[in-house]
Design a protein around this ligand. Structure first.
Ligand SMILES: NC(=O)c1ccc[n+]([C@@H]2O[C@H](COP(=O)([O-])OP(=O)(O)OC[C@H]3O[C@@H](n4cnc5c(N)ncnc54)[C@H](O)[C@@H]3O)[C@@H](O)[C@H]2O)c1
Ligand SMILES: [Zn+2]
Ligand SMILES: [Zn+2]
Length: 361
């Protein structure tokens, strides 16, 4: 028996999103249905609505969520009905080239549900990042469900499902920030602030937040930034060098996804430093850099898929730190909203008024 529930659908490029009735099939082999309890609004949802990811409209948006497993399909053993889970969008296959060599965080063949959720007229929906959690129920692959301690409320836990994990992971996994290092984070939204919090967790001693909004910079201080730079007013590269003895930082993280910002991150590094791209560029963007600068500066240029996380390893660890009061997930939640307020949340995100708006059910 399929379920009919309400979900937030983006019908076409740039068109405002709206609530529609969607049809969620019973879980097939390897699938699970999850009753969503909370789902954060991520900039990637807005990228989808603006046609910046692909053209597979209509999209069922939402992908940063926690909830309860309400049904499982044949052969599912990793979760049971009633389990409290965070949804992840990189369920590793265990069999591809990356998985076989032990680099599961790079899995090239991650799993999603095989069946499609649809509109009432049968139109197939494309769930954002294979999740689609701005809906009362969603269908996922069981591997997309990661069990965590139910003591953590869903508004906080769900954030690990995307932006916060991406940011923390960009710092601790991809950037491999070590004790005593210096880090600059460009863009202090949910992802960038999480990178700042991650750098603090890893023991960085200089953490420079860069944004074009003073309000965002003030919040970034609360997350652990030791210095702030407003790059709309100051040359960010010069300011970062001035704060690091003229050398630049050990790790520079672009959490915006814009060529100009990446370029700043590239030049704000010390010799042999790491630059991490976690912000997502749109398909038409290009970056031009003098080849001699790439060679001469050394170090590493890395992109960070989902913070190079392993959900099974990293979600429970970060939930533990949260429950011990060492990692403040609640600080990312600017407001809780209803399912009908996602379009307004995009507007607030665009104006820089929120870190995360979280839909609660
Ligand atoms: N790699 C991944 O796995 C992953 C996961 C989630 C999100 N993302 C991407 O990360 C990026 C950030 O997401 P978010 O949810 O934090 O978005 P957000 O809109 O909340 O934050 C973006 C921040 O960047 C700032 N900004 C904009 N232009 C800037 C500039 N030129 N210089 C400095 N700061 C600037 C904004 O003021 C804002 O504070 C997006 O591109 C999103 O798609 C990537
Ligand atoms: Zn794999
Ligand atoms: Zn996201």
């Amino acid at each position: 028996m399929a379920y009919e529930v309400q979900g937030v659908v983006a019908r076409g490029k740039g068109a405002p999103v709206g609530i529609e009735t969607i049809v969620v099939p019973d879980p097939g082999p390897g699938e699970a249905v999850v009753d969503v309890q909370a789902c954060g609004v991520c900039h990637t949802d807005l990228h989808y609505r603006e046609g910046g990811i692909n053209d597979d409209f209509p999209f069922l948006l939402g992908h940063e969520a926690a909830g309860l497993v309400s049904a499982i399909g044949e052969g599912v053993t990793n979760v049971a009905v009633g389990d409290y889970v965070i949804l992840n969008w990189r369920a590793v296959c265990g069999e591809c080239r990356a998985c076989r060599r032990g680099e599961l965080q790079y899995c090239f063949n991650t799993h999603n549900a095989a069946q499609k959720m649809t509109l009432k007229d049968g139109t197939e929906l494309t769930p954002a990042l294979g999740i689609g959690a701005f809906a009362e129920k969603t269908l996922v692959h069981s591997g997309q469900c990661t069990k965590v301690d139910p003591a953590a409320p869903p508004t906080a836990a769900g954030l690990l499902g995307c932006g916060v994990m991406a940011g923390v992971g960009a710092a601790i996994n991809t950037g491999a920030v070590r004790r005593g290092e210096s880090v600059a984070v460009f863009g202090c939204g949910g992802v960038g602030d999480a990178a700042i919090a991650g750098a603090r967790l890893a023991g960085a001693t200089t953490i420079i937040a860069v944004d074009i909004s003073d309000r965002k910079l003030e919040w970034a201080r609360g997350m652990g930034a030791t210095h702030t730079v407003n790059s709309a007013e100051t040359d960010a590269v010069e300011a970062i060098k001035a704060l690091t003895g003229g050398f630049g930082v050990d790790v520079a993280i672009d959490a915006v996804g814009h060529p100009k910002v990446f370029e700043q991150a590239f030049y704000a590094r010390d010799l042999a430093g790491r630059v991490v791209m976690v912000g997502v560029p749109t398909p038409g963007m290009t970056i031009e850099l003098p080849a001699i600068e790439i060679f001469g500066r050394g170090g590493a240029i890395k992109s960070s898929w989902y913070g190079d996380c392993l959900p099974s390893r990293d979600f429970p660890m970060l939930i533990d730190l949260y429950l011990q009061g060492r990692f403040d997930l609640d600080a990312f939640v600017s407001e809780t909203i209803g399912l009908g307020e996602v379009e307004q949340a995009f507007e607030k995100m665009h104006k820089g008024e929120v870190l995360r708006s979280v839909v609660v059910f």
